[in-house]
Design a protein around this ligand. Structure first.
Ligand SMILES: [Zn+2]
Length: 224
């Protein structure tokens, strides 16, 4: 589904756990796409197709997964990054991850082409796609959020869900860092929050009022 402009959301609709994926269509030279979080190749518990299903859903929107030029990973849990290497091999896409998770991704067998740090990321032949990378640890040490000021879109990964927040009990999790990260994210001027999973809601939160209401509800929960 198209969220705004050429940004598409692919909400996971299987029964097993997998992430939502997002695509900035044709944002790069030669009409190549930027793919955020390709997810699982195959889901571990039920063996559902992950990346193949994403390819089909993109096809329905006239987008070819093989025309991906860049994979941005919000973080390196397998339900977000497992398919990164296969996308890289099938499409020649570069894979980018925050510096704090480079080793983790390599250990998982994926090559790292670009190392991300906090700051502006301008993409496209004339740098038309202006994104801001925010380092927001808490769920994992090198977790990033991606903010697109042009349309006030926040791609939040596993920090923010609908009426809920990401786990902090996994290795590298940090509850205090999470509270700081959530406060930062809540202070952004956002009309859309795109979550890392469809937990109890598709995870595409649209409209300033809905975004604010969601941050208020998780603020009570986390006390940030
Ligand atoms: Zn995660």
């Amino acid at each position: 589904m198209r969220v705004v402009d050429d940004l598409f959301a692919y909400v996971w609709r299987g029964r097993d756990n997998n992430c939502n994926s997002y695509v900035f269509a044709r944002a790069l030279a030669d009409g190549k796409h930027v793919l955020i979080d390709p997810g699982h190749v195959t889901t571990p518990a039920l063996g559902e197709a992950g990346i193949a299903r994403l390819a089909e859903s993109m096809q329905d929107d006239g987008l070819d997964l093989k025309a991906t030029g860049l994979v941005l990973l919000t973080h390196c849990h397998p339900d977000h990054c497992e398919a990164a290497n296969s996308v890289r091999e099938d499409s020649g896409a570069l894979v980018a991850v925050h510096e704090a998770e480079v080793d983790l991704l390599r250990q998982g067998g994926c090559k790292v082409d670009l190392v991300l740090v906090e700051g502006d990321l301008k993409l496209g032949p004339a740098a038309e796609l202006e994104l801001r990378i925010l380092h927001v640890p808490g769920h994992s040490p090198g977790h990033i959020a991606i903010y697109w000021p042009r349309h006030k879109v926040l791609i939040a990964g596993d920090n923010v869900f609908f009426r809920s927040v990401g786990r902090v009990d996994l290795p590298g999790g940090d509850v205090r860092a999470m509270a700081r990260s959530l406060r930062r994210l809540s202070e952004l001027d956002a009309d859309y929050v795109l979550c890392g999973h469809p937990y109890g809601h598709p995870g595409v939160i649209e409209g300033r009022a809905a975004v604010q209401e969601n941050f208020e509800s998780i603020q009570d929960m986390m006390g940030f």
